[in-house]
Write a new protein. Structure first.
Length: 171
């Protein structure tokens, strides 16, 4: 009977062989078999089985290699942790949270549309290239700077309403 270290040594030798000849389909197939059956590493097994299949797509062992891949996938799925069951209270909480997020998203989309409309309607100051927009739902104005290839200097001043600050930018 072989020890685990013997199989690991064999995989190491197959790895060296693949470094010499990475196009060796039989070496990939044997490596995949070792990983799958002896070392319990289905991910590495799937990789090597797929490499072998890609290198010899018309092989008479094609169906066998596909079966090996499916078996390794099942082995991998069996090793994954099972999802914890979610109780009815959690489901209700998730649904409520989801509904709230949907409403928030709708409100934000409306705000974006309002801001885009307001920005399109504001005439730009040709000298400064600055416009301030105060949407109806907001208390803080938004300062928009006209697109320009020039570097702008900005400074902050108190906003007349509600003692807010605004940024003025000049070319």
């Amino acid at each position: 009977m072989c020890k685990l270290s013997d199989y690991q040594a064999a995989v190491g030798l197959y790895g060296k062989a693949l470094m010499t000849d990475p196009q060796s389909a039989p070496t990939h197939l044997e490596s995949g078999s070792l990983y799958d059956e002896k070392l319990g590493d289905p991910i590495a097994a799937i990789y090597h089985y797929r490499q072998s299949l890609a290198l010899q797509p018309n092989s008479d062992k094609q169906q066998l290699m596909q079966d090996f891949i499916e078996r390794a996938k099942l082995s991998l799925a069996a090793k994954l942790p099972q999802a914890a069951s979610v109780g009815p209270n959690e489901v209700a909480r998730f649904r409520s949270e989801n509904a709230g997020l949907i409403q928030e998203n709708i409100a934000l989309e409306a705000e974006v549309a309002e801001l885009e409309g307001a920005a399109a309607a504001v005439p730009w100051d040709a000298q400064d290239g600055v416009a301030a927009i105060v949407p109806s739902a907001m208390t803080t104005p938004i300062v928009v700077v006209a697109p320009s290839t020039h570097v702008l200097r900005c400074r902050t001043r108190p906003w007349k309403r509600q003692n807010r600050k605004r940024t003025l930018c000049k070319k």
